[in-house]
Ligand binder design. Structure first.
Ligand code: 1PR
Length: 526
C-alpha cells in the first residue's frame, strides 16, 4: 500500500532512533516500521538511521536477511536515506572492530579518525558542508552547519568520487553525504541539526527524485564551537521537576525564605532555548545522587516531551549508577542509561560515579570493565557518555605541596598563593575527594568517556567568566572534547574561553535563564 505521507523506517533495535521518529512526525509524516526483509522491498521511501557499531549492525542485517533486501532496494534505485552508520554501512568495509564487510554498494573503506596527531576524537559538533554536487536533498543548505557525532568516517577516493555530494574537513576530508539517483545518505544527523537538518529531512520526504548536477567546490569551514544551554533540575515538593540554578552549587534562595529557586518547567525552557538557537541542551538532575533516577519517572517524561520539540542533541545526567531499590530490586547503571536513551537522550552524563571509578582505576591500574562509565560506553559508544566534573579550586604555594597536578594561577590566592589544584567533588559538591580534575580527566578518557563537562564550583553562577586556568589545563591534556562550564556572564566570556583554551564547547545556565543573552547562538558572534 502506498501513502505519500508515510515513510518506512528501518530500526534494527540497536539504539535510539526516537529522535529520527520525532523529526519525521514533526514534519507531518507517518512512519511504518520494517519487520521483515519484504517490508524493505515494499517501501516507497526508506529511512535507515544506523546506530551502534558497524560490526554488530552488519551481523543483524545479515542474519535477518535485511542486508540482501537493502542491496536489492538500492539496486532498484528506490528512495533511500541513510543516516550516520546508515551511510557507513553502504561502503565496502570498516575498520571498526574489524575489518568488517559492509553492504558493498559504494567502493571505499570506513576508518577511525586519527587522534595521534592531537585531533579530538570523537568528532562531535557542527561543521559546514562543502557541497561537491548539487542535489535536491541539500538544496538551500549550502554552507550551513550540521551536527556530527562519530569516530569513524568514509574516505573520498577516485573510486567513489561520483557518489559524493558533500564533504567535510576534520583532520582529513571525509564523506559528509552521498547521492546517486534516489540513493542518499548523510554522515551527520539531520534530526539533530536544528532547522537546517529538518529542511534536509523534508527535502527527502517530499521529493520525487533527485537530478544531480556538479557544481564547483566551496571552501570548507572549521568545526564550530558549540554553545550548550544547561538546565539544572530537581523535584519540588509536589514531585514535579523544576529548573533551578545555584551560586557555587547552592540552589537555596539567599532571601529569608531559603526556598529552592524555581525558574520554570524543564520542557518549556528547553524548547525555548532550542528556538533561540542553542547548539545542544543538557538536563542535570542535581539531586539524582540522592534519589534513584528511575524512581524519577518525571525525568523520563521530560526527555520524551523535550525530544519531540528539541531537534539538537539532548544530554541527561544525575544519579547514573548501579542501584538497589527499597524492594531489593537491583538496577544496573546500564539499565538506567538505556531507559534515558530510549526516552530521547542522545548522551548521558556521569558525575559522582565516574569519580569513584577513576579513583579505583588509578589505585589498581586495572580496568574492571564494570563501572557505569565503561559499561555504558561499551554498549552505546563513547560519544554517548559525558563525564561531568565538579572541581573546587584549592590554592597552594608550590606544586610540590600536593601530589596532584597544579597550575600557576592567573590571579593569586587569598594569601598570595601562586598555584592551585582542582579538587574533584561528588554529590553535587558536598564531598571532596582525593583526586584532581587533571587526574580524573585522564583516567575517565581511558575508561571510555567521550566528552568531559568541566564545571568549576568557584565560578558557578558568578557570571565572571570561565576558569581559564582549569579549562586550559584539562583541554590540553585529553584528546576527547572538553565542554567548559560555569561562570559565563557575557558574550565575551565565550570568546575568551575559545581563544585561550582548547575547549570544544561552552555550557552556561544562568546567563540564559536571566535572559541576558536572548540569542544563545553565540557561535555566530565568535
Ligand atoms: O553526580 O552523577 O549524580 O551527577 C550530578 C550532576 O548534577 C553533575 O553533573 C553535577 O555537576 C550536577 N550538580 C549537582 N549539584 C549541583 C548544584 O548546582 N547544586 N549542578 C549541580 C551543576 C553546574 C553546571 C551549571 C554551570 C553553569 N550545575 O551544570 O549549569 O555551572 O552555570 P552558570 O552558567 O550559571 O555559571 P551525579
Amino acid at each position: 500500500s502506498s501513502d505519500a505521507n508515510t515513510v518506512t523506517l528501518l530500526d534494527y533495535g540497536a539504539g535510539n532512533v526516537r529522535s529520527v521518529r520525532n523529526a519525521i512526525r514533526h514534519l507531518g509524516f507517518g512512519i511504518r516500521d520494517v519487520r521483515s526483509p519484504e517490508d524493505i522491498l515494499a517501501a516507497d521511501r526508506l529511512v535507515f538511521p544506523g546506530v551502534g557499531a558497524f560490526g554488530s549492525a552488519m551481523d543483524v542485517l545479515n542474519s535477518t536477511g535485511m542486508a540482501d533486501a537493502l542491496r536489492e532496494y538500492i539496486r532498484r534505485d528506490r528512495p533511500f536515506l541513510g543516516i550516520c552508520l546508515g551511510l557507513q554501512l553502504l561502503f565496502d568495509s570498516s575498520e571498526e572492530n574489524g575489518p568488517v564487510s559492509g553492504l558493498g554498494v559504494i567502493p571505499g573503506v570506513v576508518r577511525r579518525f586519527d587522534s595521534s596527531k592531537g585531533l579530538i576524537v570523537p568528532h562531535i559538533g557542527w561543521n559546514a558542508l562543502e557541497i561537491t554536487k548539487e542535489t535536491q536533498l541539500l538544496q538551500g543548505v549550502d554552507g550551513h552547519h550540521v551536527y556530527f557525532v562519530h569516530s569513524y568516517h568514509a574516505l573520498p577516493s577516485d573510486a567513489n568520487r561520483d557518489w559524493i555530494s558533500s564533504i567535510c574537513n576534520y583532520g582529513d576530508s571525509f564523506v559528509a553525504s552521498i547521492s546517486m539517483g534516489n540513493i542518499q545518505a548523510v554522515q551527520f544527523h539531520p534530526e539533530k541539526s536544528g532547522a537546517t537538518g529538518l529542511s534536509i529531512l523534508k527535502n527527502f520526504l517530499s521529493t520525487k527524485s533527485s537530478g544531480a548536477k556538479v557544481t564547483p567546490r566551496r571552501k570548507a569551514s572549521k568545526l564550530a564551537k558549540r554553545v550548550i544551554a544547561c538546565l539544572d533540575v530537581r523535584s519540588n515538593d509536589n514531585g514535579d521537576l523544576v529548573v533551578t540554578k545555584g551560586d557555587q552549587y547552592d540552589v537555596r534562595d539567599h532571601s529569608s525564605s531559603k526556598e529552592v529557586r524555581n525558574l520554570g518547567k524543564p520542557v518549556d525552557l528547553a524548547s525555548q532555548y532550542y528556538i533561540d538557537g542553542a547548539d545542544e541542551v543538557s538536563f542535570l538532575n542535581i539531586t539524582g545522587f540522592r534519589d534513584f533516577p528511575l524512581g524519577d519517572l518525571p525525568m523520563l517524561e521530560v526527555l520524551r516531551c523535550a525530544s519531540e520539540k528539541v531537534f539538537v542533541p539532548l544530554t541527561v545526567g544525575g544519579g547514573i549508577r548501579d542501584f538497589t531499590d527499597a524492594n531489593g530490586r537491583y538496577y544496573s547503571s546500564l539499565e538506567v542509561a538505556s531507559e534515558y536513551f530510549r526516552s530521547g537522550a542522545d548522551k548521558i552524563s556521569i558525575g559522582s560515579d565516574a569519580v569513584y571509578a577513576a579513583e579505583a582505576f588509578l589505585q589498581s591500574g586495572v580496568k574492571t570493565g564494570k563501572s557505569s562509565l565503561e559499561q555504558i560506553s561499551r554498549v552505546y559508544g563513547n560519544q554517548a557518555v559525558v563525564v561531568s566534573i565538579d572541581p573546587r579550586r584549592v590554592y597552594v604555594n608550590s606544586p610540590e605541596d600536593v601530589p596532584f597536578k597544579t597550575v600557576k594561577v592567573s590571579s593569586k590566592g587569598p594569601s598570595g598563593e601562586e598555584y592551585a589544584w582542582y579538587q574533584c567533588t561528588v554529590s553535587g559538591g558536598r564531598d571532596s575527594r582525593p583526586i584532581g580534575a587533571y587526574e580524573l580527566a585522564k583516567a575517565v578518557e581511558e575508561l571510555g568517556a567521550g566528552e568531559i563537562l568541566l564545571n568549576c564550583i568557584d565560578c558557578d553562577g558568578q557570571g565572571c567568566g570561565f576558569d581559564i586556568d582549569l579549562v586550559k589545563m584539562v583541554s590540553d591534556t585529553v584528546t576527547i572534547p572538553v565542554i567548559a562550564s560555569s561562570g559565563a556572564g557575557a558574550v565575551e566570556h565565550f570568546s575568551e574561553v575559545f581563544e585561550k583554551t582548547n575547549a570544544s564547547a561552552a555550557l552556561a545556565a544562568g546567563i540564559f535563564h536571566r535572559k541576558e543573552v536572548l540569542d544563545p547562538t553565540l557561535s555566530s558572534l565568535l
